[in-house]
Design a protein around this ligand. Structure first.
Ligand code: PLP
Length: 415
């Protein structure tokens, strides 16, 4: 496993950023630095550490599943978002596990379900760190085409049929979906598509002979700045025992605290809890307490309201810069939340790490994530390499304007 665990695809991109002091990175998936809740976190930590009575439990080990209050508050938050009652089984705190970033939940789910050579269905393109998990654990990815409102259901069905014909359905364990403001394309899956996915997986699991789970990664759900929230797959009728939900407080609150969570049906909940026992037997108690107090005091909601305005503004700045500087041959998708725009060049243009466009962008001190890094190694199709992920998450407004101007100049010359 050690040998097949490759370096993360963007580690050298980040190194390139470090070695060029004037480089503007529109590549990083970091959150907005200027609005991290320093004062709020200081006040809450002071409260926690003010007396031995509240300080000691925060500085002591906790239980593997996580702080009871945080589990309850998180479950209630999800119940409200999904418009279900407090007794809905799918949203119960009993099924909710606090994790060290939602990344840990993604990893543990793959660890629990995947044997060597098993297959995970992924969106095409998808979150590249998830692809690294699959590669490291010896699993295969099969890519399902993406439309502007989520997976192409006809293609999902044909991929499942083709796996069935080849006798490989029994290797399919999971479908991984980044449901909100997807990393990297910024698109959000409609509720109708979630219903369609659940019913297709159910249809094929009869032939598979075991459950095929849907793992919905909702990392960016809280960061909507336009339109209305879409209920999660947990709210799909009949999805009860098949949906795993990964959420996080990293993106909407204190990114560096890395407090995440997952909802899992049995028997997966128990298995993943045991695996977490082996990983770390509990997420940092101090940081869970910080998060829990932020939720209970209203500091979390106040912060999120401000943060969403800030991202809405930065997205507008990026959109105006794209309109001004990108050639018309480049199509780009505007998100209603999250931190990413997705740009698509004509198919004959290449944005890959060895391409003229990428090298010229680097020479002109601007960095993006080449789209090819977000595509799984799926032998049934050619990997597209004419796209780019551009993020307004961590760059300042000025850097967004200047970065897009530099990138636009490169594209005008080379597209
Ligand atoms: C789609 C997606 N899922 C999960 C994560 C992990 O976030 P965290 O572990 O901080 O919750 C990220 C981080 O960038 C992400 O983009």
């Amino acid at each position: 496993m050690g040998r097949r665990t490759a370096p993360p695809p963007i580690s050298w991109l980040m190194q390139a950023a470090l070695s060029r002091p004037n480089l503007i990175s529109l590549a990083a998936g970091f959150t907005d630095n200027a609005s991290l809740p320093v004062a709020e976190a200081r006040a809450l930590l002071n409260e926690i550490l003010r007396s031995p009575g509240s300080g000691r439990p925060a500085l002591q080990y906790g239980v593997t599943a996580g702080d009871t209050t945080l589990r309850r508050l998180t479950a209630r938050h999800l119940q409200r978002l999904d418009g279900v009652g407090a007794h809905d089984k799918n949203h119960s705190p009993e099924r909710l596990l606090i994790t060290s970033g939602s990344q840990q939940l993604l990893y543990m789910t793959v660890e629990a379900l995947g044997n060597d050579g098993d297959i995970v269905l992924v969106e095409d393109p998808t979150y590249f760190v998830f692809l690294s998990i699959l590669q490291s654990r010896g699993l295969r990815a099969r890519a399902v085409r993406l439309e502007r409102d989520g997976l192409d259901l006809a293609h999902l069905e044909s991929v499942l049929q083709s796996l069935q014909r080849k006798g490989e359905l029994l290797r399919v364990k999971l479908l991984y979906l980044v449901g909100y403001f997807q990393n990297p394309t910024g698109i959000t899956t409609s509720f109708a598509k979630k219903c369609g996915i659940v019913s297709l997986l159910k249809k094929f699991e009869r032939a598979a002979g075991h459950p095929i789970y849907l793992l919905e990664d909702a990392a960016y759900r809280g960061l909507r700045f336009a339109g209305k929230d879409v209920p999660s797959a947990l709210a799909v009728r009949g999805a009860a025992e098949r949906v795993i939900y990964a959420g996080t407080y990293s993106k909407p609150f204190a990114t560096g605290a890395r407090v995440g969570y997952g909802i899992l049906p049995e028997p997966l909940f128990t298995t993943v809890l045991r695996i977490k026992g082996n990983h770390d037997f509990g997420t940092s108690n101090l940081l869970q307490q910080l998060t829990s107090r932020a939720l209970a005091s209203g500091a979390y909601n106040r912060h999120l309201t401000r943060l969403k305005k800030r991202y809405a503004h930065k997205a507008r700045v990026m959109k105006q810069a794209l309109q001004k500087h990108f050639p018309s041959a480049v199509e780009w998708w505007e998100p209603a939340g999250g931190i990413y725009f997705w740009a698509r060049l004509p198919k004959n243009a290449s944005t890959g790490v060895k391409s003229k466009i990428f090298q010229s962008a680097l020479k002109n001190d601007v960095l993006y994530v080449p789209g090819e890094l977000c595509y799984a190694d799926d032998p049934t199709r050619r990997k597209p390499d004419h796209e780019m992920r551009i993020s307004f998450g961590s760059a300042s407004e000025n850097d967004i304007r200047e970065g897009i101007k530099r990138l636009g100049a490169v594209l005008r010359k080379l597209v």
